[in-house]
Design a protein around this ligand. Sequence first.
Ligand code: ZN
Length: 272
Amino acid sequence: MQMKKLLLAVLSFIVFLFPLSAQEQKKQSGKEPLFGKAMASYPIVSNELSGACFYLVGGHGGPDPGAIGTYNGHKLHEDEYAYDIVLRLGRELLMRGAKVHFIIQDKKDGIRNGSVLKNSKRETCMGKEIPLDQVARLKQRSLKIDELYRKDKSVYKRAVFVHIDSRSQGKQTDVYFYHAPGSKQGKRLADRMKNTLATKYKKHQPGRGFKGTVSERNLYVLRNTQPAGVYLELGNIRNSRDQQRLVLENNRQALAKWLAEGIVADYKVGKK
Ligand SMILES: [Zn+2]
């Protein structure tokens, strides 16, 4: 009799425990294999971005490495760094309850630590081979964004294109934000992202000064996609001081987090 009672107590305790934890699990975390094994699971820490949907695009990819810099004898390719930051940004957005589409993908490279990110040509446009021809390449990703945009029911949908600039070696640059000519929503988002970065740098690197700018630019992907968007240039890949922003994994992470916070600030005013 007592044994039966004990067994019942244990059983009901297990039943009590497990459905709850499964439910909790569902609400508080998610999984994205693109982030790589170690980072695939992410906690959902807030619902600040619930109802928002993003199209994130790492610049270049596949046969096109984008700008190339040299660091300690290694070649740094723009597409690898842009992609790493896109993944980190996407994870930050997902953690805040957003829906995220990664337009450029690499099945093998997840979120990577370390300063020299190995170069590859594996990137695809959501599984489709990326053409080398520039117009065909930009058209492919723009069409993909629009195809998804038509299906997404969210009221707030934004595209973010991440690039790293290439200027002469001696020229240090800051983070530049571009929006399509005349795009009020694009400008508002760019302003919020820029202001967030300025505030963060002031706090974490006082004396650095922030010279990032927001401006209009007649770029194919901004002009030819439905959602309002922002196109970022994160620095000069050939300048050794700008390279610090890219090669230090903590800097890539901080940048992604701050950009996500800028997006949250925009969503707060833009979701109505
Ligand atoms: Zn680029």
